[in-house]
Design a protein around this ligand. Structure first.
Ligand code: NCD
Length: 302
């Protein structure tokens, strides 16, 4: 039961809760939220580099009036003094910390923490497993653009295998009735990903005229040892460039969770494209995280 108070992946949220988060996000963007987390302490523990997610969680916590502690992994006894994850979680809980935001290279780490921590854990990305707040802000950006997602097609392109963003987003999108078209080479996208509401395609050019949105992914080189295909082969088949942009429908949009690598998954023409929504995604990230924190801490249903 205690795990229900945390957000490890989108599956922890009901459809109604996701709708409530989106409604609250719109309100938080429209008017100053008030100190809904006053007197609560949020600890951010990021064991991996992060620009967007880290800053955005910090801003969300501060805007809600929380007390914020940023714990650098190298300063943790967990890293250098042999303290176990379970004992660290228990210790932080005993201080009365209400929310722990955790990013870790190991899949399952935030969940293990949540089982021992007497408070709320928010997964800010765990290995290749999940990144629920990124998926929420991506879906929010798509809904802002298209309204209802039923019947819409969203292509997620590139290194799907190592992308926690893709893993969370595809579940959320298919739950909302969108068709997810995964696109990439076999090495980054095994055929076994195909399933309910999810198609696997190899030919990027062929699907571009069919989809409403394209989500580009970074090749996550830190998560595998050797690049399975050459950079040149990847670029030739999957980089979104000037020519491929012209294959898109007029109203189609392009998204990226960031950080993007210019020259690999996109070229500079994408950054000037009228449908490029990266800044919108980053913008929504703050209020989405405010809404998630507010739901976990203040709502009775979780
Ligand atoms: C992603 C991540 O860290 O999972 N970035 C993010 O949080 N916006 C994607 C990536 O690293 O490529």
């Amino acid at each position: 039961m205690r795990i229900r108070r945390s957000l490890i992946d989108l599956d922890d949220l009901t459809g109604e809760e996701i709708a409530a988060i989106f409604e609250q996000t719109a309100k938080f963007e429209a008017t100053a939220p008030g100190r809904r987390l006053a007197g609560k302490t949020c600890v951010n523990m990021f064991f991996e580099d992060s620009t967007r997610t880290f800053t955005s969680f910090n801003m969300a916590e501060l805007r809600l009036g929380a007390d914020v502690v940023n714990l650098a992994p190298r300063n943790l006894s967990l890293s250098s003094k042999g303290e176990t994850l379970e004992d660290t979680a228990m210790t932080l809980g005993a201080m009365g910390i209400s929310v722990l935001v955790v990013r870790h290279p190991e899949a399952g780490f935030p969940q293990r923490f949540a089982l021992r921590f007497d408070g709320h854990v928010v997964n800010a990305g765990d290995g290749v497993h999940a990144h629920p707040t990124q998926a929420l802000l991506d879906i929010y950006t798509l809904i802002e653009e298209f309204g209802e997602l039923k019947g819409r097609a969203v292509a997620i392109v590139g290194d799907v295998l190592h992308s926690r963003v893709a893993h969370s987003a595809m579940r959320g999108l298919s739950r909302l009735g969108a068709t997810v078209v995964l696109v990439g080479p076999e090495a980054f996208l095994p055929g076994s990903y195909a399933g309910d509401g999810v198609r696997v395609e190899r030919d990027f050019d062929a699907i571009l005229p069919e989809v409403d949105a394209v989500v580009l992914l970074r090749i996550q080189r830190e998560r595998f040892v050797e690049m399975p295909i050459s950079d040149q082969e990847y670029v030739a088949a999957y980089r979104l460039d000037h020519r491929r942009l012209r294959l898109l429908r007029k109203e189609a949009i392009v998204m990226h969770p960031g950080p993007y690598n210019r020259g690999m998954e996109l070229d500079d023409s994408v950054l000037d494209f009228a449908g490029w929504r990266y800044a919108r995604q980053v913008h929504h990230g703050v209020a989405i995280r405010m809404a998630v924190l507010d739901l976990l801490v203040n709502a009775r249903s979780l």
